[in-house]
Design a protein around this ligand. Sequence first.
Ligand code: MN
Length: 374
Amino acid sequence: MGSTGSIGTQTLDIVRMHPDKLNLFGITAHTNWETLANQINEFRPAYALLADASFFNKLKESITHDQTTLLCGHQEMDHLVRADDTDTVINSLVGFSGFRPTILALSAGKKVALANKESLVVGGELLAPYLNGNYDRLIPIDSEHSAILQCLVGEDIENIDKLIITASGGPFRSWSNSQIRKATVRDALRHPNWEMGSKITIDSATMMNKGLEVIEAHWLFGLPIKRIEAVVHPQSIVHSMVVFKDGSIKAQMGLPDMRLPIQYALTFPDRWPLASRHIDWSVQQQLTFEPVDPVRFPCFDLALQAIENGDYAPAVLNASNEVAVDRFLKEEISYIQISEIVEKSLSHITNSDTLSVESLEAVDREARAFARFI
Ligand code: MN
């Protein structure tokens, strides 16, 4: 799901490398019909879905074979997720829209390889019963969480003391507060280590991404928030660490390459070969670590506050952040207004209904409407 995005295209790289082991049953895209058409023509999956109906005819006209059934619209996505031939759903949708397919897939007994962290941030409480302490139902593609999963193989969950999530620090790591206040969209999109979609790149600049990842780790690994820490590690070589109760620390390392966590999510707990660049140990390497600065990066603390408040607060956090990031990318608001909008939304929107998919969707809509006009 989301085959034309950054994670989607890299997932298809993995499929391309292992045609004997991986069978692509279906792919979905939102609006990018041209890339989707190329993918359909190359991979010939049984099904392909374009969510945006306005480009459906253009898509149909570009397909060179009849081995793929073309689908249109969100309803059809549900059928694809639940289809008998679907064994693993790779969810690389962006934002809260990824939540519904995640819960559908889990309730239908499918394995989910998850790049859509918003699913867990917003609906972790509803997804938790399906995970039930198992790591093989919902497998993270997020590099930090993949690192933790790799460190936990062969370990007893009881023996974990802490999880340490590393952060690159983003493009503003060494900027002063007054410089950050004047940051432009171009500045914020210039991530030092990772090539990613624009939403997550802005989240990395504000460090909202790290806050979301602490919440994601909380639900994936079942540890309380106070036992999950974040540390800035500008080289992005150590992808995360686990501290055990005897003080031993395991880290997972490698050059930044999302294809590794994508492939691992498909092979866990096994490993397959992956042609990739390796660290060159014949030259001097420096790995450095520094604390997260809550003053320059207020979004990080806002995320922790939201998960502490629980219930609908993470949904409000996520929805208002999605809207604020979108408005920043359109140059409607300044960089520092992102955190201001999220903060105002968190204090303004509450709900006392019992948590459900529908009530989460209602709060999500309300928070979006609020964040759009403040
Ligand atoms: Mn990450």
